[in-house]
Design a protein around this ligand. Sequence first.
Ligand code: HXC
Ligand code: NAP
Length: 294
Amino acid sequence: MGLPEPPPPHALALPADTFAGQTVAVTGGGTGLGRAIALAFARLGAAVAVLSRSEAHRSAGVAALRQLGGQALGVACDIRDAAQVAAAFDAVEAALSRPAVLVNNAAGNFPSPAEDLSPNGWRAVVDIVLNGTFLCSREFARRHIAAQSGAGASIINIGASYAWTGGPGFAHSAAAKAGVKNLTETLAVEWAPYGIRVNGLAPGLFPHQDESADIRAVPGRGPHSAEEQSTPAQRCGRPHELGWAATWLASPYAAYVSGHTLVVDGANWQRRTLRQPAFTPIRQQLGKPPFTLD
Ligand code: HXC
Ligand code: NAP
């Protein structure tokens, strides 16, 4: 049985005009979970800007958003580069308006035993996940603080539950997500006086059509039917469930919620068994041959 299915994607959990007249910027909003989150904001009246590197990804997101009848804009941006981030915010402000909400969703990730990770592989993931989140948050906040508009603003950082537990096979991403969770807590305090709330949202198992081949091949992530039976909820998350969580966190109905990271995973990360299964080292789980120095 497990946890019931949610209402369908087009159902509204908040008043239809909750974000009317506001601009929401979603990094990596052209694919996967970022796109589902972008669509949820559009359904509630927001104009949405999709910031990412690939034109194909951005266009897919913008097309889906425009299908809903909303305003949407794709902006080329590698979030690792502060100058590109500033230029992207300029473009969003010129075409739409200063974003009232920033969703730091973009991420890079691939499975690897830590001893196999090249310095550049480590850097690439930490740079996107942690440094990119900081650079976008900084740009967003500086513009709000300078504008002194009195209007509230909100940042949602997309995380992962291995921020708390560590993530064997994902040392780079887990460490970066732990940094993002910690950054969420610091920035929430620093920027509350300026009317900016900062929260995190950590998805559990949310398979989707845009997953990279590296992620799709991770043991335990598929096929979906096997996956669903292995979780307490007996099902995976549906991307639009994250959309509802993100829009609520950014909405006036969460006006006193800041510095919190909300895990949406049907309690999967908290499960324990009375007798632990036999321990399998990560190299073996990933099907890697014994480590050799070369
Ligand atoms: C080992 C790898 C690798 C792999 C890349 N690298 N893929 N090492 N195994 N599968 C190494 C490269 O060899 C290189 O190191 C370094 O990483 C940088 O690679 P580039 O391709 O030059 O970098 P870049 O173009 O910046 O790409 C970043 C990336 C890429 C993270 C490596 O995968 C990417 O752009 N990903 C975006 C999509 C994505 O990852 N989605 C996942 C979202 S998170 P060397 O030393 O050779 O130079 C997610 C969470 C799921 O889905 C939860 C899982 C449990
Ligand atoms: P995804 O489909 O692979 O999307 C990642 C997005 O990030 C892409 O749209 C990509 O766009 C963008 N991106 C990557 N590097 C970038 C960069 N340097 N600059 C700008 N944009 C960049 O991943 P997803 O599964 O939807 O994941 C979304 C978020 O959820 C991530 O934060 C991830 O860690 C988190 N998460 C997902 C799961 C899951 O089950 N899927 C579980 C836990 C956490 P471009 O290629 O166009 O740049």
